[in-house]
Design a protein around this ligand. Structure first.
Ligand SMILES: Nc1ncnc2c1ncn2[C@@H]1O[C@H](COP(=O)(O)OP(=O)(O)OP(=O)(O)O)[C@@H](O)[C@H]1O
Ligand SMILES: [Mg+2]
Length: 168
């Protein structure tokens, strides 16, 4: 069972009401979908920094898992979290925040696939996967796609047409 809660929006902030909701809503899973350049990363960074500094239940930055689809997005996320921590340090130079700044270097902020790769490397014996597994490069991915497409085409073209509705 989840019990949702949201903080009142402080008067001085520039966030829209919808952004504030995405920043401060607590108690369950949330999905944010918004247009390009509308502030998704800004909102997520704020959510993370508030989570680190939560007065009741602070989570250290290296206890969070933050995944993105691209390396550039992961790097941007890390940089922007670092900037927000710096800003907070100006008014609140606590040891705790200084520690968060340090921990940021080894925080789990990465692409989804490099996180998965690390999981496999660390726990290959439990999941029965070759620890030497690596992420395919663009050429390899293209070749794999072609192979799969060829397989599918051959399989369906060798069948009577009536069985091929989903194929079409
Ligand atoms: N409510 C707001 N008021 C003023 N500026 C804002 C507001 N929300 C976001 N911004 C600014 O808008 C710019 C774009 O924000 P951000 O990069 O977070 O968007 P995004 O949705 O992640 O973009 P993309 O789709 O490119 O990933 C940033 O400079 C951010 O600080
Ligand atoms: Mg973004």
């Amino acid at each position: 069972m989840s019990s949702w809660s949201i903080d009142a929006k402080p008067a001085h902030v520039h966030w829209t009401d919808a952004q504030w909701q995405a920043i401060s809503l607590k108690g369950g899973n949330i999905l944010v979908a918004a247009a390009a350049g509308s502030g998704k990363t800004a909102v997520l960074v704020e959510r993370i920094v508030r989570r680190i500094m939560d007065p009741l239940d602070p989570a250290e930055i290296d206890r969070l898992l933050i995944v993105t689809f691209t390396k550039a997005a992961a790097a941007e996320m890390k940089e922007r979290i670092g900037e927000r921590i710096e800003e907070q340090l100006q008014t609140n130079p606590s040891l705790y925040l200084q520690r968060q700044r340090q921990l940021l270097n080894r925080a789990n902020i990465s692409t989804l696939h490099s996180f998965c790769q690390e999981l496999i490397r660390n726990y290959y014996y439990d999941i029965d996967v070759d620890p030497k597994v690596r992420i395919a490069n663009d050429t390899e991915r293209e070749l794999l796609k072609e192979e799969v497409l060829e397989d599918v085409l051959e399989r369906y073209y060798s069948q009577p047409v009536e069985n091929a509705e989903s194929f079409f």
